[in-house]
Write a protein that binds this ligand. Structure first.
Ligand SMILES: [Zn+2]
Length: 244
């Protein structure tokens, strides 16, 4: 399971998610906000943008072999995650963790022994995911989910924390050579997020624009020892000690 703030936060892990899905695992993406703010196009409403972002995310995941019912959007407003009722958001995430019982949680890195800076929604999502992972294991927290909804407490055993800059804390490098094309094709689906659709959204791109979108993802690809990679801070153990 991956928890992100926006449709496209999962793009940092697309090669790894495609690899996991291709190897018989079930990858699920939980996105906290609808992404209904981040555009420079003066003609898009919040409702239109939220619908576009959903379609783009589903199309991107399809490129990775991840089916549409593996995408869960919790519907919060873009840009304001840190002002939401934290208890309600954590409860919501705990419910999904207890339902899905993931073997591994992908999340924004909340920081190892210190609070890591991310821009607002990413910062909030990092801590909300970590706090939810911790809360999910305690039977008496959000007890109604257990006594009334038929769920059971659950402790996520492993974590892969992702980051969009400063990769110093990473201890796990994934060679995504075999999944580069899937990652590039998925990245090109985020037309409203970057590229020509950011300032002036359009449904259909020209061939040249589509190529430019793919080149953007290709140019941002991290390379190590000549191979395309994705990097993570891997952690295994009690959620209480995620910063160790
Ligand atoms: Zn984001």
């Amino acid at each position: 399971m991956l928890i992100g703030a926006h449709a496209d936060d999962d793009a940092l892990s697309h090669g790894t998610l495609a690899m996991l899905q291709a190897h018989g695992n079930q990858a699920y993406v939980v996105t906290l906000t609808t992404g209904n703010v981040g555009t420079q196009d003066p003609n898009l409403s919040r409702t239109q943008l939220a619908q576009i972002r959903r379609q783009e995310e589903l199309a991107a995941l399809a490129e990775l072999g991840i089916p549409s019912d593996h995408y869960i959007n919790l519907g919060y407003d873009d840009g304001l995650l840190e002002f939401e009722d934290r208890k309600a958001v954590v409860e919501n995430l705990v419910r999904w963790i207890r339902k899905m019982r993931p073997d591994v949680l992908f999340a924004w890195d909340p920081g190892r022994n210190y609070q890591r800076w991310h821009k607002s929604d990413h910062r909030a999502a990092a801590y909300l995911a970590a706090d939810a992972a911790r809360a999910a294991m305690w039977r008496l927290l959000f007890e109604g989910q257990i006594t009334q909804e038929g769920l059971k407490e659950y402790m996520i055993p492993e974590y892969l924390f992702y980051n969009d800059y400063d990769h110093e804390d990473e201890n796990t490098i994934v060679d995504i050579s075999e999944f580069v094309e899937k990652k590039v094709n998925a990245g090109a689906k985020y037309v409203s997020q970057f590229g020509p659709g950011w300032k002036n959204y359009k449904v259909n791109l020209s061939e040249a624009e589509l190529k430019a979108m793919k080149d953007l993802t290709r140019n941002h690809m991290r390379i190590k020892d000549g191979k395309p990679i994705e990097g993570f801070r891997y952690y295994r153990g009690l959620p209480d000690a995620l910063g160790k």
